[in-house]
Design a protein around this ligand. Sequence first.
Ligand SMILES: NC(=O)c1ccc[n+]([C@@H]2O[C@H](COP(=O)([O-])OP(=O)(O)OC[C@H]3O[C@@H](n4cnc5c(N)ncnc54)[C@H](OP(=O)(O)O)[C@@H]3O)[C@@H](O)[C@H]2O)c1
Length: 345
Amino acid sequence: MQDDDFFMRRALDLAARGLSYTRPNPMVGCVITHRGRVLGEGWHEAYGGPHAEANALAAVRPADRPLLPEARLYVSLEPCAHHGQTPPCADLLVAEGIRDVVVCNDDPFALVSGRGTAKLRAAGVAVATGCLAAEGRWLNRRFFTFHEQKRPYLVLKWAETADGFLAGPYYQPVQISGPAAGLLTHQWRAEEAAILVGTRTALHDNPRLSVRDWPGPQPLRVVLDKNLSLPPTHHLLDGSQPTLLYTHRHRPDRPHLQHAQLPEDAPDMLPGILADLHQRQVQSVLVEGGPTVLNALIEVGMWDEIRVFRSPKKLHQGIAAPRVGLSGLQEQRRVGDDELFWYVR
Ligand SMILES: NC(=O)c1ccc[n+]([C@@H]2O[C@H](COP(=O)([O-])OP(=O)(O)OC[C@H]3O[C@@H](n4cnc5c(N)ncnc54)[C@H](OP(=O)(O)O)[C@@H]3O)[C@@H](O)[C@H]2O)c1
């Protein structure tokens, strides 16, 4: 008896290597085994590139290819059945003589869901599904939320002082968290498709919202700016990376700077923004404040994760951090001098 969980965990570990690079595709890993030996493995490395199954099959040595009809193939997401950027993986597995497949998660994507496994079974392949399904859903939580809830996955993040402030009085920016928290924030920025901030944060903090201290792709910068009040000298308008302004005004787009107009009769822009980002295939958003935006999302339960750095510093007065009874504390740990509180819904 082969340990299916062991090999599926390996497939999930391989899949995770695609984090930041496969979006809006899911992360997928694949391991091909024969009587406890690994013949080949691979993962979906980048959007538009070969799928995990194709990479794993390509890694099988010529001498081992005759073993494929007796092999068991583990794949962390249902093989695709449609022609997307690459030919259908279900057809490839059948053509390569694979007869035994173990799948972690069904694909929630309407074009694929259930069709990949149906195609395999119709060709006489034995398919077992649901192996380490919870782990697979966690790995691809952005992808599943995006397709099932028709909105981006929302990660809310802020840094607060020990006495509960997020900034000084009169929106005076203050460096609250330490360098280790800053580094982690850059890693998180690379992991999400977009970063969103409110108007006053954009104005007063003049953030770059870029990934500088960590390898990875630059996210889309998303800014609420009803009246286009950001001065052209601010970093967010520097054209250095794709930026999207949600506004009530009309302004022509420039390279790397798009304007999305939302109607003035909808003063709460957030529902329109989330729907529009979904349309634009933005799978996840890191919301970096300020408290007005964070509170608005928390109040209506529009969040999937909240990550809070609590610093030992005190400010005694200033702008209050969101004060809400959060549940779902998943992790609490030290990051440099700060304490990280990580909530998952
Ligand atoms: N420590 C941290 O982690 C951290 C992070 C970010 C920011 N901050 C601090 O937070 C302060 C700013 O926070 P803030 O709460 O005053 O401002 P904010 O959330 O950045 O921006 C508030 C403004 O954004 C617009 N807005 C927010 N929610 C909206 C919604 N649902 N629909 C439409 N428009 C919406 C409104 O603009 P209009 O006024 O045009 O209506 C609102 O006045 C700054 O001092 C900054 O330094 C701290």
